[in-house]
Design a protein around this ligand. Structure first.
Ligand SMILES: Nc1ncnc2c1ncn2[C@@H]1O[C@H](COP(=O)(O)OP(=O)(O)O)[C@@H](O)[C@H]1O
Ligand SMILES: CC(=O)N[C@@H](CCC(=O)OP(=O)(O)O)C(=O)O
Length: 310
């Protein structure tokens, strides 16, 4: 009996330690971007699904936005089509767009929905096309100051969060693929949107408390690639100054984080998706990992002193 009590105590302590975070985050919306290489390992995918379901049962309102760049490239290769990136974005012909849509909506999203629904009737998958969630116009890449046409790559023009809010109110977990309808009248085509950009736009549109971007590095490195010193926290203005020096993979992530905190999201974080349960560690402990971007101190809506985000 006494041995049992003894071994149970650390577990109780761990649960109690989470109490302030549970209280703070209760009822809050969290947008989680899952993608890239964090998504190619089976165990990590299951741990990710467990974390998201945990958040939902702990009283948060998680929304998943997913990418799938490696999966799209693999499918294109199978079809004998080349993957070409300019300024970190996939050059998207109409033919490529069909493959992007098929892989994201038909494969990656289905797999995530399936994993989440192992835990109950929770996840509902959709793309940004559904219920006008995301509309986009053509995005041109800026290469050395030149405006370059990279095809059906979208820049978000508007976000309508009604369908997502309704699902959240119903206790569901929306899983959104980063494809947008066209905002141009008469254009029935769709746009390929970078998943980091889509997640940031949705986080802002939903007035989320937090945007979490999972990736395959520890966070934002101060002096990549020569050092692996991770910047643990920075303000919007500090990030803005770093942006021009960042390399392609990090650009949409950090631009997204900046956009989010400048548009009402309280914190935007880049986390190491290779660490199992990194989401839980970030939300429910003070062992925050990765990089956290916060609004400038004088920004409107800045949390009151002593009310810092976890
Ligand atoms: N300053 C930086 N800090 C961290 N990673 C960086 C930085 N600059 C560029 N990178 C690169 O960005 C990559 C992450 O972007 P990306 O591969 O597009 O991620 P994902 O596939 O998760 O969306 C890292 O693996 C790293 O190679
Ligand atoms: C325009 C553009 O580049 N779109 C991306 C969309 C998927 C994505 O962003 O996936 P990750 O988050 O896994 O990189 C692509 O086609 O690869």
């Amino acid at each position: 009996m006494s041995t049992r009590k003894h071994t149970a105590l650390p577990k109780a302590r761990t649960l109690i330690e989470a109490l302030p975070w549970l209280t703070r985050h209760n009822g809050k919306t969290v947008v989680i971007k899952f993608g890239g290489n964090a998504m190619v390992d089976e165990d990590l995918k299951s741990a990710f699904a467990q974390d998201v379901v945990f958040l939902r049962h702990a009283g948060l309102r998680p929304v998943v936005v997913h990418g799938g760049g490696p999966q799209i490239s693999a499918q294109l290769e199978k079809l004998g089509l080349e993957s070409e990136f300019k300024a970190g974005l996939r050059v998207t012909t109409t033919e490529t767009m069909d493959v992007v849509r098929m892989v994201l909506a038909g494969q990656v999203q289905r797999e995530l929905v399936n994993l989440l629904n192992q835990h109950g009737p929770l996840a509902v998958g959709m793309t940004g096309e559904d219920a006008h969630i995301m509309a986009a116009t053509q995005h041109y890449a800026d290469i050395d100051g030149e405006r370059v046409d990279i095809g059906r790559v979208g820049e978000i023009a508007s976000v309508e969060t009604g369908a997502i809010q309704a699902l959240l109110d119903d206790g569901r977990i929306p899983v959104v693929s980063s494809i947008a309808r066209s905002a141009d009248e008469g254009d029935t085509g769709v746009y390929n949107v970078n998943a980091d950009t889509a997640a940031a736009a949705l986080a802002a549109g939903l007035g989320a408390e937090t945007l979490m971007v999972l990736t395959d590095v520890e966070g934002l490195y101060a002096d990549w690639p020569s050092s692996d010193d991770v910047i643990s926290e920075l303000t919007a203005t500090e990030l803005e100054k770093l942006l021009p020096g960042l390399a392609s993979g990090m650009v949409p992530k950090m631009e997204g984080c900046l956009y989010a905190v400048r548009n009402g999201v309280r914190t935007a974080r880049v986390l190491d998706g290779r660490v199992p349960h990194s989401i839980l560690l970030e939300i429910f402990t003070d062992e925050g990992i990765g990089t956290m971007v916060v609004p400038d101190k004088d920004a409107p809506g800045k949390p009151a002193e002593g009310d810092e985000a976890a």
